[in-house]
Design a protein around this ligand. Structure first.
Ligand SMILES: [Zn+2]
Length: 425
């Protein structure tokens, strides 16, 4: 499974953080947990196909958690989706979506399957498929809010092919039966036990999504022994009063849930806009539970990096990833090779150089190889600044004026205005 945070802000988005949504990729399908305003665009940027969405889970009815839903449903309609989409949320989600569609006179080509959850429940399997299930439990927020656990069912053990062959098993049907736990009889009357050939069942991966809650035992139950726990950490511990008042967690609360649930990896998100530097929150969380990460938008988190790396390739520049490995990043190389960029660069370089340059090419058009070789030689020093065009688009103006030899990263600033009211969550 691959977890891709799409928006890690709380109710107020900032210039660099979007409204809440987390995507889970599994075997080609995408499952969304919450659907804030920018979710469909962030999916594109993350390299996740919107047509692959199977389930959308809405935790509660704070606007930031479901404001992207109608736009996404409408995009799927325009993409001519024809398979069913499941929407799981608190009671009322069906009415909300259907009212919006009828208001806009939209008749969908595909079916929406709503699974509505009423407030007074203890635990519920909201989705149950052959290979996985999703459990919901109520959390403790200022209004009804659910947490979710996505659990893969145990996978059958691996067949020891060499041993099987040595024992004289040849037919596919025999392998299938053994894998399903059945013993078989060979033509010579020899009985082969399933457990001789097939290893122990492998436990499925698991992910818990806990957003918008104070510390609560149900969060621990949902997260018990998970591979990845995504937990909100809206405030630092110095604002514990504010967290309690608004029904949110501090980074310490998130670490407490992770410790009690013995999750393998805690990922904190849903940061208040007041933290331009969320590492403050990470430091606090790590003091109590070390395997903790900051949710970084569009940066995938793998349950099995060895197998999953490269499946989800984000389509935009991510400051943290691209700057760290500037020299050897394969992603950066692909920007350089990109068809569009190449064309762009050529056009730019000829116009930069003016008529003289083009005249020069024409003059030496007889010696084609020499010409291109010469061009390559002459162009080389120009390449540096061109490579930076991409960064410039996403970085600050300072970077543009930077000393070209310097590898100083662009200075990213979260703009704040007097209109930002950080007390509203
Ligand atoms: Zn929220």
């Amino acid at each position: 499974m691959i977890i891709v945070p799409l928006g890690v802000a709380s109710a107020t988005p900032t210039a660099v953080r979007h409204l809440p949504s987390v995507a889970l990729w599994r075997e080609g399908d995408v499952h969304l947990f919450d659907c804030g305003e920018n979710t469909q665009m962030r999916m594109l940027q993350a390299g996740l196909k919107r047509s692959k969405i199977e389930n959308i889970f809405i935790s509660h009815f704070d606007v930031d958690h479901y404001s992207g839903l109608i736009g996404l449903i409408s995009t799927l309609q325009l993409q001519r989706r024809d398979r069913q989409l499941n929407i799981i949320g608190p009671k009322g989600i069906k009415e909300y979506v259907e009212w919006n569609l009828s208001f806009a006179n939209v008749e969908l080509n595909y079916d929406l399957n709503f699974i509505e959850v009423e407030e007074d429940f203890e635990s519920m399997k909201v989705v149950d498929e052959d290979e996985y299930y999703v459990e919901a439990r109520p959390l403790n927020h200022s209004k009804f809010c659910m947490g979710f656990r996505f659990q893969e069912k145990d996978k059958p053990g691996k067949v020891d092919a060499e041993k099987a062959q040595a024992l004289g098993i040849t037919e596919d049907a025999q392998y299938k039966a053994l894998k399903a736990g059945e013993d078989i009889e060979l033509s010579d009357g020899k009985i082969i036990k399933s457990y001789d050939i097939v290893g122990h069942p492998r436990p499925g991966d698991s992910f818990a999504y806990i957003s918008d809650t104070k510390y609560c035992p149900n969060a621990v139950k949902l997260s018990m022994n998970t591979n990845i726990l995504y937990h909100e950490a809206t405030f630092s511990e110095s604002l514990a009063d504010k967290a309690a008042e608004t029904g949110h967690s501090t980074s310490g609360d998130a670490a407490r849930v992770a410790t009690e649930a013995q999750t393998k990896l805690l990922v904190i998100g849903h940061f208040s806009a007041r933290y331009t530097n969320p590492f403050v929150l990470l430091r606090e969380a790590r003091a109590k539970f070390f395997p903790a990460w900051l949710a970084t938008e569009l940066r995938p988190i793998y349950t099995n990096p060895a197998q999953e790396k490269g499946i989800v390739e984000q389509k935009v520049y991510i400051k943290e990833i691209d700057e760290k490995s500037e020299s050897k990043s394969p992603r950066k190389k692909s920007y350089d090779k990109g068809g569009d960029n190449k064309r762009f660069r050529k056009r730019r370089s000829s116009s930069d150089r003016g008529d003289d340059r083009r005249g020069g090419s024409r003059r030496s058009s007889s010696g084609r190889r020499d010409d291109s070789g010469g061009e390559r030689r002459k162009r080389r020093p120009e390449r540096q600044p061109k490579d930076r065009d991409y960064n410039r688009d996403y970085g600050s103006k300072d970077y543009n004026n930077d000393n070209q030899g310097s590898s100083r990263p662009p200075k990213h600033i979260t703009p704040r205005t007097p209109f930002d009211n950080f007390d509203r969550f």
